[in-house]
Design a protein around this ligand. Structure first.
Ligand SMILES: C[S@@+](CC[C@H](N)C(=O)[O-])C[C@H]1O[C@@H](n2cnc3c(N)ncnc32)[C@H](O)[C@@H]1O
Length: 316
């Protein structure tokens, strides 16, 4: 069973412009919501996830879902445990050079948040882990207990837009002198106490929200992997193939937007040049001039979708 409700499902799959037999790569399988919809529309899917537990959960769930069970049996669905930053290798290994569409639905799934032992949520007690791939070394506990206050402050500001970054980083540094910070509750408490009381009162979100998000991004090197994935993804699309990315916060969305804008640019010669000498041609067409966002009904049914933004491009 998966608790994850796929976000912008219809919008994403419609924008992929799939036809029967198309080959699609879903680089963030999670609960398999997007993968399932593609399979229903007669696509073939290679689905990746960095999290072994996500793949295992999906395989168990697939046994009671006829669409997924059949796809796994006839190999129209192939599962791979891999980071999407290794897309080149994954596709080479699968013997696929070009595909018709690629979809990425970034961040974590509801299944991962709900499991306290993964340490993603300040609402559940657990160790400060936050790794998607539990074979990697860096954990949130290591960052919180060993990074300098200056480095912590940078992480909270850059990855979480946290206005109290410095104050929280200092509170962490003072607290860990007494005793290492090991659990989500301990960290939540330190952040809450560090927040100015007046500011805390008027907040719509919990004071720990942004710091937890920032730590997750740092632990999983999310921005670096996303950048690396984006440039690999374009290489593997057929002409007219589409790439759809769903992001959940402004830093990620900004990165995707800038990358797309840059790839959609043609000539970069200075305007005073009478003729183009750079020879640069646009690699993609931007399909969504403005990102697609969930409507009020989706946000009501799935509040987690409220910050989602979908951007789609087409390979030229
Ligand atoms: C938002 S969920 C995907 C949900 C899915 N689209 C659905 O509808 O059920 C994101 C998934 O991406 C995985 N993930 C995050 N970063 C990854 C990375 N760099 N490489 C591969 N998978 C990653 C997470 O483990 C998580 O399962």
């Amino acid at each position: 069973m998966t608790r994850h409700i796929p976000v912008l499902l219809e919008e994403t799959i419609d924008e992929l412009h799939l036809t029967k037999g198309n080959m699609v790569v879903d680089v963030t399988l999670g609960g398999g919501g997007h993968t399932r919809e593609i399979l229903k529309r007669h696509g073939r899917v290679i689905a990746l996830d960095a999290d072994e537990d996500a793949l295992a959960r999906f395989q168990t769930h697939a046994q009671s879902d006829p669409v997924l069970k059949r796809a796994l049996t006839d190999r129209s669905l192939v599962l791979v445990r891999a980071n999407y930053s290794t897309l080149d290798e994954v596709l080479e290994h699968a013997g696929v050079e070009l595909c018709d569409a690629i979809v990425a639905d970034l961040g974590f799934s509801s299944d991962q948040i709900e499991e306290g032992e993964r340490g993603f949520s300040f609402l559940h007690s657990g160790p400060l882990d936050m790794r998607f791939d539990r074979t990697t070394e860096l954990t949130a506990e290591k960052i919180v207990n060993t990074f300098s206050a200056a480095e912590l402050s940078r992480i909270f500001r850059e990855y979480g837009d946290e206005s109290e970054a410095k104050r929280i980083a200092l509170a962490i540094e003072i607290s860990r002198r007494e005793k290492s910070i090991m659990t989500t509750e301990e960290l939540r408490e330190i952040i809450t106490q560090a927040y100015p009381k007046g500011k805390r009162r008027g907040m719509k979100i919990h004071p720990a929200t942004k710091v937890f998000q920032a730590l997750r991004i740092a632990v999983n090197h999310e921005f670096e992997h996303l950048e690396s994935f984006l440039s690999q993804a374009l290489k593997h699309l057929k002409p007219s193939g589409r790439l759809a990315i769903i992001t959940f916060h402004s830093g990620e969305d900004g990165l995707v937007k800038r990358f797309f804008k840059n790839q959609a640019r043609g000539c970069i010669c200075p305007p005073k040049f009478p003729v183009c000498i750079c020879g640069r041609k646009p690699a993609i067409k931007i399909v969504t001039k403005k990102p697609i966002m969930p409507n009020a009904t989706e946000i009501k049914n799935n509040p987690r979708s409220r910050s989602a933004r979908l951007r789609v491009v087409e390979k030229l």
